[in-house]
Design a protein around this ligand. Structure first.
Ligand code: C2E
Ligand code: CA
Ligand code: CA
Length: 782
């Protein structure tokens, strides 16, 4: 078809073929005169030679010639690929109808009756050229369309239900993967390509579109001969006859499988967590919104459960991220098993994409980190939802195998119910979080349903947490010290450091911030600080007042899990020039039992370094005591709860007696905590326990109060004790009052003021609030 590209429209090239020499000369002259570039051939054979050399824009061909005549030549042109579209004007004789007929049959573009009307001929030729060019354009654009459709895997079709049925272009046939037989191209045949389970839906859709004369715009799935499945997008517009009656549809069909898969993939990446395959935050929020909409319409309840793993950070830190990931995947699997089957797994597949089945929105998802959500779009009420929540807590308790070893991981769950606990997703999430926080605060591994009363606590807690962070930097932490007394010898054997937090004009007791500090990990720097500060204080007392003693610092179990604890204690001892062993550590029995294996190496190292370890709150751990024989410890502290019941219940005496016996057999010291009354003291002494702590002797005090207390006690001439030995009876009453106030949040200074006015002391246990009745009963005053 290149001939059309080279043509110069103002000077068209014509090949003139005529055996009549005169006619040839005249015609050619006339055409040249009118702007044509003419070449001549005097017969069919010569014309072929000329054509082979150069292809003209058109040809004027005499019909009747000796040898190869016009008709035969024309037929031959039409059969030759590069000449087939060459416009040919056949010259015939006047009134030669038969020739005209034959000329068309031979493929001539037009005919012209031989005559000397040259202008007419020239005009006809130009017209011919223009038509040829238009035809060419049409052919080209058709070819382009076909090519484009092929590239886009697209084809067009016509659907005439009344007549003719379905007509598919070759491109459309390729789109359906040549799955149709040539002799069976019908709507029925196409429908049969649709997988059986989707066929009904497809037919219903077509019926509906036809019935309402609406535009057809749908995806359909077909199975190819080789079993592969493709997604076709079909778009068609209704067509009407002159009377406005719908008679069919014209449209396109396109294979969109690849695009849909990519779209799906993108959608999936944007909406699902890549590690666990669960819906992500974004997707969850979307689903939750939908669920609430539905619940609002139908008036049922929804539940939102927030799930948080209890020791995920530990696993991640100690076993590495890989194990952490493994754990999260397992958690996701368990969560799925707790919630009724949902659609989250099948969402990527083409099947799901085309399934028009209604979706249930029920889902578990991952919010991020070790936080998960379970959305229950339709529950009968709190009991129903809490059942699921409890199931989640239970399945999480099952051991998890990570890297070949078994671990125990627990989860805490907070639950909020729509509409009771919130009308929006944001409210429900927040309140589920409040409930979750309260589980975390009270020992974890449990479910908590939201209660309005939790909310205020939650906010207070958040404030507390951020304030505690700053407390360390700002030096708001301080240590108070409580004397530890040998009641038999009348000596001060040591002090216990107890942390306080000066928050504004309040002294916050440790019970209000230590648990939070443990949870957030702040306890680690806080304990480090306490060890150093206690060492510094001990040194200062010794230098200024000659007060020699030991200080015991309370340390949580997790600090024992660190390998450098012994070094830290030694560093502090050396830094402040203290004797080895001046610093002791107290660890609670429960803390110890929880992670016995983990703390064992540190215990041994501390023991080797001469740091005495005391087991705090002893007797409350409900643990088998056999482990005690293997531990390198120095002291047991009998929990206050037993002491406070002494003299009231025989059982307490029995427990204390047993602990004392046990300690004796193991060669350990026993200290009784929380001794408030002389009765308790006597009872303890009777059982063989001399070492005591308690308000009876001295409450926890600020460092300068310790000095005052000690000086006052040692100034008692009748006892004549060495500096480290203090007559305890002197301190009892005023300090008791101070202690009560300290514990109620009065600042250290206020406590000091109160001490000067013992009469303002609140009523308290035992005969210690005023006067000195204790003196007479103290073993030291004898
Ligand atoms: P604990 O180690 O058992 O400390 C003894 C608690 O009993 C102290 O409470 C003390 O003030 C109180 N107490 C002492 N004598 C008596 C008494 O005669 N009667 C009564 N009713 N109570 C008495 P505190 O100071 O509020 O400390 C509470 C707990 O906080 C401590 O229990 C300890 O477990 C923890 N704690 C305190 N300071 C620290 C610290 O620096 N680090 C760590 N990890 N925990 C600390
Ligand atoms: Ca303690
Ligand atoms: Ca204790």
């Amino acid at each position: 078809m290149y001939w059309a590209d080279t043509q110069d429209s103002s000077h068209p090239r014509v090949l003139l073929v005529d055996d009549d020499e005169v006619n040839l000369i005249l015609t050619s002259a006339a055409l040249r005169e009118r702007g044509f570039i003419v070449s001549e051939a005097s017969g069919g054979e010569q014309a072929l030679l000329a054509l082979a050399q150069e292809l003209p824009d058109l040809m004027v061909l005499d019909a009747v010639m000796p040898g190869l005549d016009g008709f035969t030549l024309c037929r031959r042109l039409r059969a030759t690929p590069s000449w087939e579209y060459l416009p040919v004007l056949m010259l015939t004789g006047l009134d030669d109808d038969a020739s005209i007929e034959r000329a068309y049959e031979a493929g001539a573009t037009d005919f012209f009756v031989k005559s000397p009307q040259w202008s007419l001929l020239a005009g006809r030729l130009r017209y011919l050229l223009r038509t040829a060019r238009t035809n060419l354009e049409l052919m080209r654009s058709r070819a382009r369309l076909a090519r484009a459709q092929d590239l886009a895997r697209m084809g067009s079709f016509e659907w005439r239900p009344g007549a003719g049925g379905l007509a598919l272009t070759p491109e459309s046939l390729r789109v359906v993967g040549q799955a149709l037989r040539d002799d069976d191209i019908s709507l029925g045949a196409v429908i049969r390509l649709v997988p059986r389970r989707l066929r009904g839906g497809m037919c219903a859709l077509l019926r509906q579109v036809w019935g309402h004369a609406t535009v057809l715009d749908a995806d359909m799935m077909i199975s190819l001969r080789d079993g592969r499945q493709r997604v076709l997008h079909v778009e068609a517009e209704p067509e009407y006859d002159d009377h406005g009656v719908l008679f069919g549809y014209t449209g396109i069909v396109q294979d969109v499988t690849d695009r849909r898969l990519i779209e799906d993939k993108i959608k999936h990446l944007a909406n699902f967590d890549s590690l666990t395959g669960l819906p992500n935050r974004r997707q969850l929020m979307w689903r939750a919104e939908r669920a609430l909409e539905q619940a609002r319409r139908s008036g049922h309840h929804c539940a939102l459960l927030l799930i948080d793993l209890d020791r995920f950070k530990d696993i991640n830190d100690t076993l590495g991220h890989h194990a952490g990931d493994e754990l999260l995947v397992e958690v996701a699997r368990r969560l799925r098993s707790c919630v009724r089957h949902s659609d989250q797994v099948s969402e990527v597949t083409i099947d799901a994409m085309l399934a028009r089945a209604p979706r249930t929105l029920e889902a578990v998802g991952r919010l991020g980190g070790d936080e998960f959500v379970a959305l229950l779009p339709e529950v009968s009420g709190e009991v129903d939802a809490a059942g699921v929540g409890q199931r989640i807590v239970d399945v999480m308790r099952e051991p998890v195998v990570l890297g070949g070893a078994e671990y125990f991981v627990t989860a805490s769950v907070g639950l909020a119910l729509f509409p009771r606990d919130g009308l929006t997703v944001a409210d429900l999430l927040r309140n589920a979080d409040v409930a979750l926080y309260s589980v975390k605060g009270s020992g974890r591994n449990d479910l908590q349903v939201y209660l309005p009363s939790l909310a205020s606590k939650g906010i207070a807690r958040l404030e507390l947490e951020s304030a505690l962070h700053k407390a360390i930097e700002r030096g708001e932490l301080l240590l108070h010290y409580q004397p530890k007394i040998d009641t038999q010898a009348g000596t001060l054997v040591g002090v216990e450091a107890l942390m306080r937090w000066r928050r504004g004009d309040k002294l916050v007791p440790p019970g209000e911030f230590i648990p939070l500090a443990e949870e957030t990990g702040l306890i680690v720097p806080m304990s480090d600080w306490a060890i150093r500060e206690a060492a510094r204080q001990l040194h200062a007392w010794h230098d200024e007042f000659g007060l020699l003693t030991h200080v015991a610092v309370n340390v949580p179990a997790r600090l024992f899990e660190r390998s450098d604890l012994a070094e830290r204690v030694l560093d502090a001892t050396v830094l402040h020039g203290l004797k080895q062993g001046s610093i002791e550590l107290e660890i609670t029995e429960t803390g110890l039992m929880k992670s016995l294996d983990d703390v064992m190496p540190a215990l041994k190292r501390l023991h080797a370094a001469g740091v005495a370890i005391s087991i705090d709150d002893f007797g409350t751990g409900y643990s088998s005591l056999s482990y005690l024989t293997t531990l390198p410890i120095a002291e047991l502290k009998v929990d206050r709860s037993f002491v406070s019941e002494l003299g009231q219940s025989g059982q307490s005496s029995a427990v204390v007696a047993a602990i004392i016996a046990l300690a004796r057999s193991l060669g350990l010291r026993v200290v009784a905590e929380g001794v408030e009354t002389a009765v308790q003291m006597t009872e303890l002494q009777g059982l063989g326990c001399q070492l005591m702590q308690g308000y009876l002797f001295g409450a926890p005090m600020a460092p300068d109060e310790v000095v005052a207390w000690w000086q006052q006690a040692s100034s008692r001439p009748r006892l004549g004790l060495a500096p480290a030995v203090t007559p305890i009876a002197l301190a009892h009453a005023p300090l008791h009052a101070a202690a009560r106030n300290v514990d109620e949040g009065v600042s250290g200074n206020d406590a000091g003021r109160l001490r000067a006015h013992p009469e303002v002391a609140p009523g308290s246990t035992g005969p210690t609030s005023a006067g000195t009745p204790l003196q007479g009963r103290s073993p030291l005053s004898r």
